[in-house]
Structures are given as C-alpha cells and as structure tokens.
Design a protein around this ligand. Sequence first.
Ligand code: SF4
Ligand code: SF4
Length: 66
Amino acid sequence: MKRKANVNTDLCVACGCCVKVCPKSAISVPDGVFAVVDSTLCVGCGKCAKECPASVIDIVGVHDEK
Ligand code: SF4
Ligand code: SF4
C-alpha cells in the first residue's frame, strides 16, 4: 500500500504553504480555492501535512492502482 496526501478541501484556506514544500510538485492550488494532490506524483512524504497551518492534510494509505 502506498501513502498519499489527502486534503480536506472544505477546510483548506488556499495559503499555498504546502505547494512550496512539496519535493515532487505534487500539490497545487489550481483554482485558488483549495489544494489538489496529484496522486501520480505524490510519494506520501508528509512535508505538506507538517507545513499546513490549518492542519487539513492527512497522509493516508491507498491501494496501488491497477
Ligand atoms: S506528501 Fe510529500 S509528495 Fe505528497 S503532496 Fe505532500 S509534500 Fe508532496
Ligand atoms: S498548506 Fe494547508 S491550508 Fe494551505 S493550501 Fe495547503 S492544504 Fe490548503
């Protein structure tokens, strides 16, 4: 099972802090409303979750896509 970032989009304040720290450029705030994770790029490192001032990012286990 891989680990990926998951954003609680209802609570995200679109500050962009997560975007700056992601080593894989896997998270973005494309519409300026909430952060979106590209699960094909995210490696589940947790840096974004640590940085998020609103604590709305969880690192969750996901089954490999087939
Ligand atoms: S868990 Fe790591 S790779 Fe995934 S979005 Fe967050 S900072 Fe980027
Ligand atoms: S750091 Fe947290 S609140 Fe800020 S854009 Fe990322 S997910 Fe949203």
